[in-house]
Design a protein around this ligand. Structure first.
Ligand SMILES: CC(C)(COP(=O)(O)OP(=O)(O)OC[C@H]1O[C@@H](n2cnc3c(N)ncnc32)[C@H](O)[C@@H]1OP(=O)(O)O)[C@@H](O)C(=O)NCCC(=O)NCCS
Length: 225
């Protein structure tokens, strides 16, 4: 592991990181902006969007460690349908015992209730349009870690790792309100995917992984020192 000159390093995520990573998820959880004021349970977003990757996919789960603790994460899976099956049976089923279901009436939901509903009714689907892009990923960085090129280097690292393990394509889900996130992914070669069989309330971006070479600068950042 090595630190770069700004004091950040990327390293494999561990379960001990989860409280810090859940905090990152909350602070980026409003379409990339701080979602703290929107939630009555600060852990629920992370329990849905971060925890299962760290626990079920540790080979593809990384913490961006900053000067004051976790400053970001990089998460993914090679095989979304297989991940979804384990996410349901090994993560969501036990989690549901501790989280009440607020019901289907969205008008009655308050604060974190939409995440509670997601935990009970996650709507995990893998439509045919995504078949060429079976891998998926998440990246979120705290504001202080942005704009240094970490996001690009981290995504290039994950894409090379996924390609080396045989994934042919990667998809990402981005909030339609997160124009900055979409611009970032476009810079990395992702394109918008539209299809009537995709959920219409989220934006899908996709990229083939063929021909991606390992990025030495990021390999250094992760493995050496
Ligand atoms: C999106 C995010 C991961 C980008 O990471 P980053 O380290 O700040 O990005 P980089 O510095 O590596 O930038 C790479 C390129 O993307 C561009 N870019 C990054 N964020 C951008 C933004 N918000 N708007 C427009 N372009 C952006 C950069 O200008 C750069 O372009 P260049 O190569 O032409 O200079 C980070 O800003 C973040 O975590 N944001 C909040 C959460 C989020 O939106 N997550 C992703 C969607 S779910």
């Amino acid at each position: 592991m090595s630190s770069d000159r700004t004091g950040y390093r990327l390293r494999p995520a561990t379960e001990a990181d989860l409280p810090g990573l859940y905090a990152v998820c909350l602070k980026t959880g409003d379409s990339g902006k701080d979602g703290t004021a929107l939630h009555d349970d600060p852990t629920l977003l992370g329990k849905f969007f971060v925890g299962p990757y760290v626990v079920l996919e540790p080979d593809m789960a990384f913490t961006l460690a900053g000067p004051s603790g976790p400053a970001g994460y990089l998460l993914g899976t090679l095989d979304t349908p297989a991940f979804n099956r384990r996410f349901e049976s090994e993560w969501l089923v036990p989690l549901r015992r501790a989280v009440r279901d607020p019901g289907a009436d969205a008008a009655a939901w308050r604060q974190s209730d939409w995440v509670r509903r997601l935990i009970h009714q996650p709507g995990l689907v893998f439509p045919p349009a995504l078949l060429p892009y079976p891998a998926h990923a998440h990246i979120d960085l705290l504001p202080e870690a942005r704009g240094h090129g970490f996001g690009r280097r981290m995504m290039r690292f994950l894409m090379s790792r996924m390609a080396a393990r045989g994934a042919g394509g990667l998809h990402l889900q981005v909030s339609p309100a997160n124009s900055g996130g979409q611009a970032f992914y476009e810079k990395l070669g992702f394109a918008h995917l539209s299809s009537p069989d995709l959920p219409q309330d989220t934006t899908f971006m996709v990229r083939r992984l063929a021909g991606i070479e390992p990025d030495d600068s990021v390999t250094d950042m992760v493995l050496h020192g």
